[in-house]
Design a protein around this ligand. Structure first.
Ligand SMILES: [Zn+2]
Length: 138
């Protein structure tokens, strides 16, 4: 019981689960977690956001050297994506959704590649022979 009668009514309307149903749900979630692929590793460090909007550099996302040497690679998240997106006239919602998803994945791959190249180039120049630390990509 709560002090909110509307909430009490809502809670009363919810179907009560048996302990067995709750256990089965927890077991199903545990099994799904076991079957999930292991998280991928990435050499891209967690980003920093050195400037907050409305600062003119508010779109800067900074990827600092994982060894803490002071070097960082900056990406401008507000940078225009200059390539036009072509959407067919009369395209369905699914078509438009697919086109935007493909563009998003393509752009993410380009940005990820640019950051990884900058990090590899930095390690070659500044930390020769050192392995680039990786972390779980989330
Ligand atoms: Zn470094």
């Amino acid at each position: 019981m709560t002090t909110d009668t509307d909430l009490d009514d809502l809670l009363a309307a919810l179907p009560l689960k048996s302990p067995r149903e709750v256990y089965d749900e927890i077991e199903a979630a545990r099994r799904a977690a076991e079957l999930a692929p292991p998280p991928e590793a990435t050499i891209i460090p967690m980003p920093e956001y050195p400037y907050m909007w409305p600062h003119p550099l508010g779109g800067i996302v900074r990827f600092p050297c994982a060894l803490g040497c002071g070097w960082a690679h900056d990406e401008d998240a507000f940078e225009e994506d200059l390539e036009p997106i072509i959407v067919p006239l009369g395209g369905s919602t699914q078509d438009i959704n697919r086109i935007f998803n493909e563009r998003s994945l393509q752009r993410a791959a380009v940005v990820r590649g640019r950051i990884e190249t900058a990090i590899r180039d930095h390690f070659t120049a500044a930390h020769p022979g050192r392995e680039i630390p990786a972390r779980e990509a989330r």
